[in-house]
Design a protein around this ligand. Structure first.
Ligand code: KG4
Ligand code: ZN
Length: 345
């Protein structure tokens, strides 16, 4: 079984090709064209710019992906596409393209959930996924999910009540004069800093707080105040220490809550996914805490954590193999698709 996956929910035009012949899908191609450079001067993704870039990148990306995979259109058994959540205009380009390819190639179409795809991508690297607790952290989401099966319904346990983790990284990077998107830059700069230099607040960690929800806006304000106070006093801002201390506050809360959730749900595996799962300190601290708690940790390699088409193809392949019913050809793009909806039916 060969599945092509199309991802256009934000600023990456991703086209992936996977083969699934039984136990787990195998990655054949993963073409990603990013419009990130076009957004950098605005300090954030501009939806219209992203949509236009998807339109220009789509057909060449599909051609390249098929060529890299060494397959032709005739070999393809299904097309999967991110139906949501994401930017409406950006999603529409991918959904329209997927409908056209599925129709032209006369194969089933699966409109899938972007977050479920961030979970499913791990099977490309590590094989079949046991029931797990998933921590999904990206530019748009921070969620803890109970995932009994990679292609089945999930139970959300908690989510951010304000900024997403990646959004917090991007905003702090901007404050520190680092380029957009800021996550990878904060990660890099923090390597030379002291994570204990400044005691920034850990949001929603009090005894009466929701145990599995997140909040990063208080942390963001605390970092901004700290930097402003230094600037007012004419003191140089120790960028590496601020970055490291901020990053530590984020990943401390993320990993503590994820491990606690896994234990409470009786899970033996914790999975990290989404762009922020590329963060080196998050990966290291999660490993330390999973070792202590006796949990197996699964994290895809950084290139599979950030948005890509392979993750969509992987989820599509699991759905196809499990006999899931294809989505209707008039499936909509749903910018606020709920995390509980894995597949548009
Ligand atoms: O999953 P993703 O590619 O797109 C969304 O679905 O949002 O995540 C992008 C987010 C951005 O906020 C980016 O700054 C963040 O992931 N990110 C990182 C790292 N690499 C990407 N954040 C922290 N450390 C990183 N190494
Ligand atoms: Zn994503």
């Amino acid at each position: 079984m060969i599945v092509v996956g199309i991802e256009t929910s934000c600023d990456e035009t991703g086209v992936g090709v996977v083969r699934h012949d039984g136990a787990a899908p195998e990655l054949l191609a993963n073409e990603v064209a990013s419009s990130v450079d076009e957004h950098a001067r605005f300090g954030g993704v501009v939806p219209e710019v992203a949509s236009r870039a998807h339109l220009q990148a789509m057909v060449p990306a599909v051609r390249r992906a098929l060529a890299t995979a060494g397959v032709t259109a005739r070999d393809v058994d299904a097309v999967a596409v991110t139906a949501g959540p994401g930017l409406t205009g950006a999603l529409l380009v991918g959904v329209a393209a997927a409908k056209a390819y599925a129709t032209a190639w006369d194969v089933p179409l699966y409109g899938v959930n972007h977050l479920a795809a961030h979970v499913a991508v791990d099977t490309l690297q590590h094989g079949p996924l046991p029931p797990c607790l998933a921590l999904l952290v990206s530019g748009g989401h921070s969620s803890l999910l109970d995932v009994p099966d990679v292609a089945g319904p999930v139970t959300p346990l908690g989510a951010t009540i304000d900024d997403a983790a990646g959004e917090a990284f991007d905003k702090i990077a901007r404050l520190l004069g680092l380029p957009f998107p800021g996550g990878p830059h904060v990660d890099r700069v923090a390597r030379d800093g002291d994570p204990r230099a400044i005691a920034f607040p850990r949001g929603l960690t009090g005894p009466r707080d929701a145990p599995f929800d997140f909040s990063f806006s208080g942390l963001k304000t605390a970092v901004a105040r700290h930097v402003e106070a230094l600037e007012r006093a004419g003191t140089p801002v120790p960028v590496a220490d601020v970055a490291a201390s901020f990053q530590e506050a984020v990943v401390d809360v993320l990993t503590a809550k994820a491990v606690r959730a896994a234990r409470e749900r009786g899970m033996e595996t914790l999975l990290l996914g989404g762009g922020v799962a590329a963060n080196s300190r998050l990966r290291a601290l999660a490993q330390e805490r999973c070792d202590v708690a006796g949990l197996a940790l699964r994290v895809p390699r950084p290139g599979l954590c950030t948005d890509n088409g392979a993750m969509v193809a992987a989820l599509g392949a699991h759905l196809l193999v499990s006999g899931a019913q294809a989505s209707p050809l008039d499936l909509p793009a749903d910018s606020s698709m709920p995390v509980t909806e894995v597949l548009v039916s």
